[in-house]
Design a protein around this ligand. Structure first.
Ligand SMILES: [Ca+2]
Length: 181
């Protein structure tokens, strides 16, 4: 249970991205039940891909290997989940050497508006990512907001499109949870 990373698609409740929500919701529920599969240590150069569609968290020694493992898991499940929404980097300047954590869904583009929030990810401590991210990239029109605690509470950052050094806004090694919109 300690390895659990809970994912909640807020957009599903608003019905804004209906197809994405229909695809994502069962995966979220399944992921909640599949906590032991999401195991990954808190130290070392680990790379993980969190897949909303297959419920899998694929981890490997390199970022490329983690994505390859995720693609294989998607193929085995008969789904296509090839859209990376965000990547967190342990190090600054998008340097993957310290470890990465990416969030992948099926063909999803974020809405231009920040409200409603489209995905919320809490308890980064369970994934070994509390107070760890030092740079972040987003894709598919998504932005990310970081929260100080693991429960999407306390202080939060501005919405970030990409930032090579989160320290410039006081958010290096600080985020415990995040939202995507
Ligand atoms: Ca870091």
């Amino acid at each position: 249970m300690s390895e659990l990373e809970r994912l909640t698609p807020k957009a599903a409740k608003r019905g804004r991205t209906l197809i994405a929500a229909l695809l994502a919701l069962p995966a979220v529920l399944a992921l909640l039940a599949a906590a032991p599969a999401a195991a990954q240590g808190a130290t070392g150069a680990d790379h993980c891909v969190v897949n909303l569609v297959t419920d899998e968290v694929s981890c490997a020694a390199t970022q490329a290997a983690a994505f390859a493992e995720d693609r294989a898991a998607s193929a085995d499940a008969g789904v296509l989940a090839d859209t990376t929404l965000i990547t967190l980097y342990d190090r600054t300047n998008y340097d993957p050497a310290g470890g990465t954590r990416s969030f992948v869904a099926t063909d999803h583009t974020c809405t231009a508006a920040y409200s409603p929030v489209e995905f919320s990810v809490d308890y980064l401590d369970a994934a070994g990512w509390n107070n760890r991210a030092s740079s972040v990239r987003t894709f598919r029109q998504c932005d990310i907001k970081l929260w100080d605690t693991v429960t999407l509470s306390g202080a939060s950052s501005t919405w970030i499109d990409a930032l090579a050094n989160l320290g410039t806004i006081g958010w290096s090694n600080r985020a415990g949870s995040y939202q995507i919109s």
